[in-house]
Write a protein that binds this ligand. Structure first.
Ligand code: ADP
Ligand code: MG
Length: 397
């Protein structure tokens, strides 16, 4: 689960991290009061969307010459005029995809006098099985490009979970970021604070790009991106309250209500499968035969008819889906339950695209019988290979 920059900053501020003062607004007529409450004379108006690269992003409606999604304002009037121009428009960044994201919220923040922009993130480094800091002097820009062209400018520092962030770790990070004097002292307090927040809140990513050294020699968190581990959300009511569903894929929200493991993808073959392994194999074999899956969907082991119906409806509601493959191995799951769920869903929402069903396992004969007698135009398949070929053929002709 992701949150907005302004929420991430509030969270980090509560842990004692140095962040600027700022006010989040939803309407342009709130901009003046928001800016007036800040010290000035420099203000920054920042689009709040769940995607990075906002500064270099472009608003669809405003043309290529208009300013981006993070704008400096040198007066209160300018902060207001930026707010009016930005709110409600669609920001396209390197991370939003070409369709962009509508900016429904702005964060008006105190402007900082920047001396240097640094990169700092904390993530789970699976190669060493530890939480690690990733830092670089090359902040404010695309860290993937830094990793590709100048990997020597990035330090990855795994943290021992028993010891936490030690004085030695801090010294390594400070040296790598070339921090001295006041800034290095700020680092001594900041790095353990960030680690504590990461661990206590079950984050999966905390990215500060940039962390800045200000002209006065102090550190400040200038941007913040936080993702939380979805499997740990049950124990963080405060974090769940930060969820902004308007930023999420509507199909994924619906799926999470039904406790379905669903991820939207770019292809055109909708898949309904049980078991994560079988779902992966199904996606692979669709690709093998030259098509692309529209989603990953695992209905799980003991799904009810209602759950299967919900899953099928989510798939058919996606206009990108040009064909559906139902691939079920009934172990705990019974094939007749799947068949009934599919038929119930089709009765409700209709079936505009070819449907291939492959059933195997518990109650398979009954499942096939239910589908055959339903009068639905279903292409049945005998095994995974056969099923994949049939759906790809039905979609691609
Ligand atoms: P994004 O990464 O989505 O482009 P950032 O928050 O990193 O958004 O902002 C982009 C750039 O805008 C920063 O690298 C920095 O140069 C500038 N910037 C952002 N916030 C401030 C601020 N409060 N004061 C001064 N400059 C800022
Ligand atoms: Mg940034």
């Amino acid at each position: 689960m992701n949150i907005h920059e302004y929420q991430a900053k509030q969270l980090l501020k509560a842990y004692g991290a140095p962040v600027a003062e700022g006010v989040a607004i939803l309407k342009a007529d709130e901009a003046e009061a928001a800016a007036k409450s800040l010290p000035g004379p420099l203000y920054v108006v920042k689009s709040q969307i769940h995607a990075g690269g906002r500064g270099k992003g472009k608003f669809k409606e405003l043309g290529p010459d208009a300013k981006g999604g993070v704008r400096l304002a040198f007066s209160i009037e300018e902060a207001v005029s930026h707010s009016k121009e930005m709110l409600g428009n669609t920001l396209v960044t390197a991370q939003t995809g070409p369709e962009g994201k509508q900016v429904n919220r702005l964060y008006i923040e105190d402007g900082a006098d920047i001396d240097r922009e640094l990169y700092l993130s904390i993530l789970v480094d699976r190669s060493v099985g530890r939480v690690a800091f990733v830092v670089s002097t090359e902040g404010g820009m695309d860290i993937e490009a830094v990793a590709e062209h100048t990997p020597e400018k990035i330090l990855t520092l795994p943290i021992d979970p028993e010891a936490g962030v030690t004085a030695e770790d801090v010294a390594k990070i400070n040296a790598s970021l070339k921090l001295e004097g006041e800034a290095a002292k700020d680092g001594e307090t900041l790095f353990p604070i960030l680690y504590k927040a990461f661990v206590e809140k079950d984050m999966s990513l905390l990215e500060i790009n940039p962390l800045i050294v200000m002209k006065n020699g102090r550190l400040r968190v200038l941007d913040a991106k936080v993702s939380f581990d979805g499997n740990a959300l049950f124990r963080h009511e405060d974090v769940r309250a930060l969820r902004d569903t308007t930023e999420e894929d509507a199909k994924e929200i619906e799926a999470s209500k039904w406790d379905l493991a669903y991820v939207a993808l770019d292809g055109n073959i909708g898949c309904m499968v049980n078991g994560a392994g079988l779902a992966m194999a199904t996606m692979d074999i669709i690709k093998l035969y030259g098509a692309e899956p529209a989603n990953f969907l695992d209905v799980g082991g003991g799904a009810t008819k209602e759950k299967v119906t919900a899953a099928f409806k989510i798939i058919t509601a996606d206009p990108a889906v040009k064909g559906i493959l139902v691939n079920i191995f009934g172990g705990i799951m019974r094939c007749d339950v799947i068949a009934e769920g599919v038929i119930a869903a089709v009765k409700e929402v209709g079936l505009q695209v070819p449907l291939v069903v492959r059933l195997e396992g518990t109650n398979v004969e009954l499942g096939k019988k239910i589908i055959n007698e339903s009068g639905l135009n279903v292409i049945s398949a005998d095994d995974l290979d056969d099923a994949a070929q049939k759906i790809v053929k039905a979609v691609n002709g």
